[in-house]
Design a protein around this ligand. Structure first.
Ligand SMILES: CC(C)(COP(=O)(O)OP(=O)(O)OC[C@H]1O[C@@H](n2cnc3c(N)ncnc32)[C@H](O)[C@@H]1OP(=O)(O)O)[C@@H](O)C(=O)NCCC(=O)NCCS
Length: 218
């Protein structure tokens, strides 16, 4: 039987250098966020790769779990020479299958490639309907205040909804006010040796219950 020209498989640590090259090549063009080798090693279990006949990595895509009922397709890129052969779709669908297997009902993406993701079964949603995403990832993105990417979601209607109404509220908004525990280690004076600081809460408007405690209404 002839060897299929490309295969999709889970990434391994040996793939990291090629993955970084592919992802960061597109990141330099402003098409996606860059990834360091360290991030890729840490998160290697999230990634799927496309391999050509010579065993070279020619495409990459990750599935990052955001919440009980939401995962995100991340870091999708195919080397220019292998584009237009269906690898991008195969990589995304491989990640989507994994989300379904894990019992995650929705898969989202923030992208400039609307048509490509429509073909994979995603539809456009308001980015502001993804507050947990905004809190957990976008907060660290340099484009945070000026994001021009399109938010898209695919929903597996056959996958049961996990989590309570609070989870749904956090996904669909409006977002309530929550308090996020923070540790104050020093307030203007040195912390005495052996003191780890007091645990207090910081009220943050519009941020969903990541691990925080719902604020009491005054
Ligand atoms: C987006 C990308 C991953 C697509 O990979 P690919 O292997 O070329 O995609 P496929 O061959 O599976 O494309 C499948 C279909 O989508 C279409 N498509 C691919 N890229 C597209 C694009 N940028 N815009 C519109 N349609 C696109 C293809 O024409 C094809 O449609 P067809 O089957 O009707 O001809 C690739 O272009 C890439 O690496 N781009 C740079 C990085 C990037 O933008 N990543 C997305 C970050 S969210």
């Amino acid at each position: 039987m002839p060897t299929p020209p490309f295969k999709i498989r889970h990434a391994s640590v040996a793939d990291v250098k090629a993955m970084a090259r592919i992802i960061n090549g597109s990141a330099e063009l402003g098409l996606m966020l860059s990834k360091s080798h360290s991030q890729l090693y840490e998160d290697i279990r999230e990634f799927h790769v496309a391999i050509d006949k010579q065993g070279e990595v020619v495409g990459v895509c990750g599935l990052s779990i955001v919440w009980a009922n939401l995962a995100e397709v991340i870091a999708l890129a195919v080397v220019p020479g292998a584009r237009g052969k269906g690898l991008g779709q195969r990589l995304v669908r491989s990640c989507m299958r994994e989300a379904k297997r894990l019992g995650i009902r929705r898969v989202m993406t923030l992208t400039y490639q609307q048509k490509f993701f429509e073909k994979a079964g995603f539809t456009v949603v308001d980015r502001m309907n993804l507050p947990m995403k905004v809190w957990s990832v976008c907060v660290n993105c340099p484009k945070n205040q000026a994001c021009d990417e399109i938010a898209m979601i695919h929903e597996f209607t056959s996958v049961p909804e996990i989590g309570g109404p609070q989870d749904m509220e956090a996904l669909a908004g409006p977002t309530p006010r929550y308090e996020v525990p923070v540790q104050i280690t020093s307030i203007g004076k040195p912390v005495p040796p052996g003191t780890r600081g007091a645990l207090t809460t910081l009220g943050v408007s519009g941020i969903p219950p990541f691990s925080g405690i719902p604020a009491k209404t005054p």
